[in-house]
Design a protein around this ligand. Sequence first.
Ligand code: KIV
Length: 308
Amino acid sequence: MSATTQGNARLTVADIARLHAEGTRIAMLTAYDYPTARLLDEAGIPMLLVGDSLAEVMLGYDSTVRVSMAEMLHHTKAVARGTRRALVVGDMPFLSYATPDDATANAGLFLREGGAQAVKVEGGVRTARAMEAITRAGIPVMGHIGWTPQAKHGMGGKVRVQGKSRDQARALLADALAVQQAGAFAIVLELVPEQLAAAITERLRIPTIGIGAGAGCSGQVQVVTDMLGLSVDFTPRHARRYTEMGQAILDAARAYKADVEAGVFPGPENSTRMDDAVLDDLLGRTLMDRAPGAADALPPAIPLDRDL
Ligand code: KIV
C-alpha cells in the first residue's frame, strides 16, 4: 500500500484523491456484514461499498429496487463497525434521492446513523442535482454511470453493456462530466466498453472505478460474493472468482453433519467438565452409581474418601 495510506487512521476522500494522483489503482469491494468487512479491512482494501446489490446477493430479492433505506442502514452499520481503515461508502437505494431534499436527508442518514463516510448515487446528468445537493451538505458522493441497475426497467430490463453506439457513448461522456461537475470524488463505470471507459478516465480529474469496464479505469470494484465464489446462481463474465467459498461452505456443512450423526462432534476439546462430586451431591448418587470407569476419570483434586 502506498505511503500515503499507511498508519491507522480511517481513509478519507482526500486519501483516495492522493492515491489516484500517485497513480495507485484503487481496489474497491462491496461488503454487507461485520465479519467480512473486518477481513477486507485487514486485507487493506481502501474503499468498501455497501452496495444495494445487497438486495440480490444477500437478501434474496429479485432486484435492487426492492431494498429499503432501513435495510441499507442496517448493513452499513455492520460494515462500519467492522472497519477501522477503509472508507465506507453507502449506496443510496432506489427513490432515496428522487429530489435534492430527499437526497440530502437520506445521505445524511448514511453518515449519521450508518457510520459511512460517503454515499453513492446512480445516474449522471439525470441525478446531477441530487449529487450537487449532497456535496453542498458536505457529504462526499460517488457517482455511478453506464449500466445502473436501479434504472433497469427504464433501460429495457436486460443487463447490457452501455455506450457502444456513438450517441450512447456521447451521452455517457456527458454523464461522467456532469458527475464530476456535481462535485463527486469518484465515479463507478459499470458495463462500459473498455476503450470508452479509458477515454472517460483520461478526461476526468476524479478516479473512475470500473466494473465490467476494462483495465483502463483508475480502479476496480467487484461484488464480493462473486469474487469469493459465493454467488449461488451465476457469476457475471466481468467477475473473477479468487476462491471457492461456496464449495468450502458445502464441504464444511456436510462434514459437520456427518460428525454430529457419528457422535464425534463435539469432542472433549469442545466440551467443559464440572466437578463430578458436585453433580453426585446434586443427584444424591455415590461414586459406585456413576458410569463404569467414571471413578478413574476423577480429577486428582477430588478427595476419594469423601464418597467411601
Ligand atoms: O450495488 C453494487 O454492488 C454496486 C456495484 C456493482 C458498483 O453498485
